[in-house]
Design a protein around this ligand. Structure first.
Ligand code: AVJ
Length: 330
């Protein structure tokens, strides 16, 4: 018997794809101009992101994998047996596999992913590696309320896995909202296992977002290429540049697409005017101290039960539970 359930769609609560045009027009009509970072991840963008993870400057993935490699057994012990693992975003089969390798009698794995193709691929990879594990893929936008599939047997706890420091893409308030949403979905006994990039020498952080091979620049500009492909806009890619700076006050990388000259671009029937050096804000990648992140967790009614980090404190994997369960003892 196959343990894979068909991809359940939660798409009824999501605007249709043609709204890409509307998203682009709205963002480019705003002052200052901005485009949402999820626009990066079409097929080409996802492939470029995988390539970013291999760049020597991009320490995040390497550090997180090293942490999982070293601490998977301890992490699995902290999570306990009979866990239902719900992953927000499913592009991380490698790290997930390292965790599943050590989990004792997991009840099910539920990857939540908005794009059907990456979801299908991650299911395929994990079916091969864990033929006994029930897989319950959920095609949905994880920033919206989820209807989790009914598990094949009662789990001891539901753990939301959110690796990769993807939480860094959300501003403080939205990050707290997302964590609070996870807290509701995991229930009283649940937990959140989350990858969090840490504050460090700004030069090291900036280099990670400005790799010498130019892969990150290509990844950033692919957002415009994607719009050209999908909504027929006419961005001239050579007339725009990638810019990623660390803002030490806000503790985050701020990525912009900068117009190299004054120009006009057609986006649907709208003409968008750019001044020379005008920027489109496309991504924040927030960095935290351990104290910063504990405070963010607290805002969401969560407490940090454990932190796994490397000797240089480059990156962290943290386990969060409901704040009340810590004081009551688990
Ligand atoms: C996948 C959101 C964690 O912010 O570091 C990498 C995306 N952007 N290089 C990050 C990204 C530019 C990445 N996250």
């Amino acid at each position: 018997m196959s343990s894979v359930q068909p991809c359940v769609s939660d798409d009824d609560r999501r605007p249709p794809i043609n709204d890409l045009l509307e998203v682009a027009q709205r963002g480019l009509g705003a002052k200052p101009k901005r485009l949402p970072s999820w626009l990066f991840y079409d097929e080409r963008g996802s492939a470029l992101f995988d390539k970013i993870c291999e760049q020597p400057e991009y320490y995040l993935t390497r550090c997180e994998i090293a942490l999982m490699d070293e601490h998977a057994a301890s992490i699995a012990e902290t999570l306990g047996s009979d866990v239902r693992l719900v992953e927000y975003g499913s592009g991380n089969a490698r790290k997930t596999g390292m965790l599943l390798d050590h989990l004792h009698a997991p009840v099910a794995y539920v990857p939540v992913e908005i794009s059907p193709e990456p979801l299908r691929q991650s299911v395929e990879r994990l079916t091969g590696a864990f033929p006994q594990l029930p897989l319950q893929p959920l095609c949905a936008d994880f920033s919206r309320p989820l209807r989790l599939p009914i598990p094949p047997r009662a789990p001891r706890r539901t753990v939301v896995y959110f690796p990769g420091s993807t939480i860094g893409n959300f501003e403080n308030r939205e990050a707290a909202t997302l964590l609070r949403k996870m807290r509701n979905e995991m229930g009283d006994a649940g937990g959140i296992l989350i990858g969090v990039d840490l504050k460090k020498d700004p030069a090291v952080i900036e280099a990670a977002y400005n790799d010498r091979a130019g892969v990150t620049a290509e990844f950033t500009l692919n957002m415009l290429a994607r719009l050209n492909r999908e909504i027929g806009s006419n961005f001239d890619l050579s007339a725009f540049a990638h810019r990623a700076h660390y803002n030490p006050m806000a503790g985050r990388i701020e990525t912009h697409i900068v117009s190299r000259r004054q120009q006009q671009v057609k986006v649907g029937r709208v003409n968008v005017a750019f001044r020379a050096d005008e920027a489109i804000q496309v991504e924040y990648s927030c960095k935290y101290s351990l104290e910063d992140f504990a405070a963010l967790a607290a805002r969401a009614g969560l407490a940090v039960l454990r932190v796994w980090t490397d000797a240089e404190q480059m990156f962290s994997v943290q386990y969060l539970v409901r704040a009340s369960t810590v004081t009551l003892g688990r």
